[in-house]
Ligand binder design. Structure first.
Ligand code: ASP
Ligand code: MG
Length: 418
């Protein structure tokens, strides 16, 4: 007999009928002979509603009071789920973050978990209870209520699984697992049976919206096997996420994703002398602006161009910084390109396989898609393309790297695809 942690998101507990369905899934795991701890989010769009309510009261709500408000959403769903489980004849107890002892940093609205007390959880399990824990919330050592950031219930579940040395953490969602890309773009995309934490983290960084990234980091740190699985098809085991060292890798590419949240900035006619890049990027860093892709190229007249990408929301700040620096680095021109998308392929299997980059470039060339910038890391290759080529690029790359299947992915409600 082991411990299984299950997590159900807001859409899975959106109404009383759905709460009973979740109760059945929980009881099923208990009947398999496991101790069960279940973590839930707030019902449906409760958190959005509460945020709107606060904004209707004041445009600048205090962050401590925001946490006080938002943490109530999960408190409703844990009580209702515990009641539903009890109504099926099983022992259940709900606990909020404070009652469990989910200790976080003293930061409101995006606190990190620093410790989870296990004594009460152990005691309730020993007494035969199914424990229903409020996701997304914790408490500081001073007793202040905190929240972990939007989507944080995934992280609550994984952290509890790590603290309790659970056998597995199952994240139940609306789809049957992790797809190699967004099924709205490639309907016959493959579902991964196994994917590594490393691939999952890279995919999250390039725009995939599967799990709260911190939940994957925590799972990796404590080696918690994670499963993303469907709350509608309980027999389907979904996608297992484990360490790359435990995987047999057959494919070079596990997933394809596009990120359209960046803009490209081009500085032309810079003098080709030491210190120019240091000055520019030093000034951006000082203003807290993260830069992603960078290309420097030498023109025949002895000047350089430097192109780089930043988050669209940092564009104004970046332009201000660059205009302040413009004369000191003697840049001639600053050009901006907003209609871009970064399309990336990710796969632990590309590490010792040469030619994957060339295959990617050829697949894009065959569709006449121009590559504006390229960057690579150990398990990722990204190409910057025109935004209106992004979907076609994704389709071409899924085909190129064998990520299509014969079945059409079923998509309901929210979409935790890559
Ligand atoms: N209820 C919170 C949110 O909507 C946390 C979660 O769902 O994971 O972001
Ligand atoms: Mg979520």
């Amino acid at each position: 007999m082991g411990i299984i942690v299950q997590k159900f998101g807001g859409t899975s507990v959106a109404d009383p009928q759905k709460i009973h369905n979740v109760a059945n899934a929980v009881i099923r795991e208990k009947e398999n002979g496991n101790d069960v701890i279940v973590v839930v989010s707030a019902m449906g769009h409760t958190t959005d509603y509460l945020i709107k309510l606060a904004k209707d009261v004041t445009l600048t709500p205090d962050s401590r009071e925001m946490d006080m408000l938002l943490s109530t959403g999960e408190q409703v769903s844990i009580a209702l789920l515990a009641m539903a489980i009890q109504s099926h004849g099983y022992k259940a107890i709900s606990m909020n973050g404070q009652q469990v002892g989910i200790i976080t940093e003293n930061i409101h609205s995006k606190a990190r978990i620093v410790d989870i007390k296990t004594d009460k959880l152990q005691k309730h399990l020993k007494e035969g209870n199914i424990i229903v824990v409020a996701g997304f919330q914790g408490v500081t050592t001073d007793g202040e209520i905190t929240t972990l950031g939007r989507g944080g219930s995934d992280t609550s579940a994984v952290a509890i699984a790590a603290a309790m040395k659970a056998d597995r953490c199952d994240i139940y969602t609306d789809v049957e697992g992790v797809y190699a890309t967004d099924p709205r773009i490639v309907p016959n995309v493959q579902r991964a049976e196994v994917i590594s934490y490393e691939e999952m983290l890279e995919l999250a960084r390039v725009g995939a919206n599967v799990l709260h990234p911190r939940s994957v980091e925590t799972a990796k740190q404590f080696n918690v096997p994670l499963r993303v699985r469907s709350s509608f098809k309980l027999d389907n085991m979904g996608t297992l996420i484990i360490g790359v060292e435990k995987m047999e890798i057959y494919k070079p590419v596990a997933g394809v994703a596009a990120d359209s949240s960046q803009v490209r900035i081009l500085l032309s006619n810079l003098p080709d002398i030491p210190g120019t890049a240091a000055k520019l990027f030093g000034a951006l860093a000082k203003n807290n602006i993260s830069v992603d892709m960078i290309i420097q190229s030498l023109a025949s007249n002895g000047t350089n161009s430097i192109a780089f990408t930043v988050d669209a929301e940092d564009l104004d700040a970046a332009l201000k910084t660059l205009n302040d620096e413009k004369s000191s680095v003697r840049a001639a021109e600053i050009l901006i390109d907003k209609d871009i998308a970064k399309v990336s392929i990710v796969g632990a299997g590309m590490v010792d396989r040469p030619g994957i980059a060339a295959d990617m470039f050829r697949a894009l060339a065959e569709k006449n898609i121009n590559i504006k910038m390229i960057s690579t890391s150990e398990i990722k290759i990204s190409c910057l393309v025109d935004k209106n080529n992004a979907n076609e690029a994704i389709k071409a790359l899924c085909k190129e790297f064998g990520l299509e299947s014969t079945e059409i992915a079923e998509v309901k409600g929210d979409l935790p695809n890559v």
